[in-house]
Write a protein that binds this ligand. Structure first.
Ligand SMILES: Cc1ncc(COP(=O)(O)O)c(C=O)c1O
Length: 389
């Protein structure tokens, strides 16, 4: 390996949400933080170098994103997903969560029904309910740890809904939706004129043996109804740079969204985010392969160790993302008891499954984008807290 993912980096006192807000989030400072979705790996050296070079120019005034920025995104999609997009289809947003909120406000009306597929990334819920739209739960089906979409229920719900927010790949259950599943979904959406937000922030984090399919690429008619949301932020550990790209291929839909972004004056963007994104997509393929191999080994080590030591804990190995979904239901604890045990006895800062909505009760989500030593520590902490139950 060219890159060293074993390196431990002290992130305390860097205004890190994951490390420096532990007391606020978990009520105590001494939990091992394995929650929010950023990585404990160094942002790759070639990205830091590019940012430093730009930082060395003494003026950080207003900037725009040039041709080479757009080309890097076009090339990345083409090389990785064989998805050909045009420069004009790319719209800036400071983040995916802001973009989901802006899309809801720009493209739907108060009272409109918007479908989400829990257990799912929880900011989707507030992006609907905070704006007085009606949240419709199309809960995923969990069959012994294998998650699938409930197409039958969706067919009914789609009849009087305006929009679907898809998580592709899915956080937290780790599914990299297959092409045939997305085609089935597309057919329902097209038949019922549903707008689709496809949040593809985890697209590049598909693990060995699996594949990412952009939802908008599975049927030509989806161009007029799909907003694909992507960023280099999860992939290359750049979340603090607040830069993402929203792909909207059809002009009318794109202009509606673009006007809303301009109306809020959030289209200027972040100078360093643009430099980092372009460098990441131009130079990052090798680093990404190594990082995913390392994370994959973390996941295998974590799952195998716990399967042996604590077989009552069901560890769902993800197909994508560095998040692992943990089913504690066989321990017979309610959500409050489980949370308490994880924080106070195991000394871990994880995301409670219940926060991801229906289907999340008695689960926890753990972030394994960290050095192996941290994963080993997490295994022993979980074992110590739960082996006596
Ligand atoms: C599915 C999903 N969407 C969006 C985000 C966050 O996006 P942003 O930081 O660009 O708002 C996350 C972060 O965990 C995520 O998991």
């Amino acid at each position: 390996m060219k890159y060293n993912f074993d390196k431990q980096i002290d992130r305390t006192n860097t205004s890190s949400v994951k490390y420096d807000l532990r007391e606020l989030i978990f009520g105590q400072e001494d939990v091992l933080p394995m929650w929010v979705a950023d990585m404990d790996f160094e942002t790759p050296d070639f990205i830091r170098d590019a940012v430093k070079t730009r930082a060395d120019h003494a003026i950080y005034g207003y900037t725009f994103r040039g041709e080479s920025y757009y080309q890097s995104i076009i090339d990345w999609f083409n090389a990785r997903y064989k998805w050909k997009i045009e420069k004009d289809s790319i719209v800036f947003s400071p983040g995916i969560v802001p973009a989901v909120n802006m899309a809801v406000l720009a493209l739907t009306n108060p009272g409109d029904r918007i479908i989400v597929q829990p257990p799912v990334y929880f900011p989707f819920f507030t992006a609907v309910s905070n704006h007085n739209r009606e949240l419709v739960h199309n809960q995923l089906i969990n069959q012994d740890g294998n998650y699938s979409m409930d197409f039958e229920l969706l067919e009914q719900q789609a009849k009087d809904a305006r929009m679907l927010i898809l998580c592709n790949p899915h956080n937290p259950v780790g599914r990299a939706w297959r092409r045939d599943e997305l085609e089935k979904l597309a057919a329902i959406c097209l038949r019922n004129n549903l707008l689709v937000i496809s949040d593809e922030i985890h697209a590049d984090l598909v693990l060995p043996g699996y594949k990412h399919t952009p939802f908008a690429s599975v049927h030509p008619d989806l161009k007029a109804s799909t907003l694909t949301m992507h960023a280099a932020s999860k992939t290359f550990n750049l979340a603090g740079l607040a830069t993402s790209a929203i792909i909207i291929e059809e002009e009318t839909l794109r202009n509606q969204f673009k006007q809303f972004v301009a109306f809020l004056h959030v289209d200027m963007g972040n100078l360093f985010g643009a430099v980092a994104t372009e460098t990441a997509f131009n130079e990052g393929a090798e680093w990404l392969t190594e990082m995913l191999d390392y994370v994959h080994e973390n996941i295998v080590f974590f799952a195998d160790s716990l399967a042996e030591k604590l077989p009552r804990l069901k560890v769902y190995k993800p197909e994508a993302t560095y998040m692992v979904w943990l089913d504690f239901s066989l321990f017979g604890l309610n959500d409050e008891e489980l949370k308490d045990k994880i924080i106070k006895e195991a000394g871990l800062g994880l995301n409670a499954g219940i926060d991801f909505g229906p289907g999340g009760s008695q689960f926890m989500r753990i972030n394994l984008a960290c050095p192996r030593q941290t994963v080993e520590l997490a295994v022993s902490k979980i074992y110590q807290a739960f082996s006596n139950l």
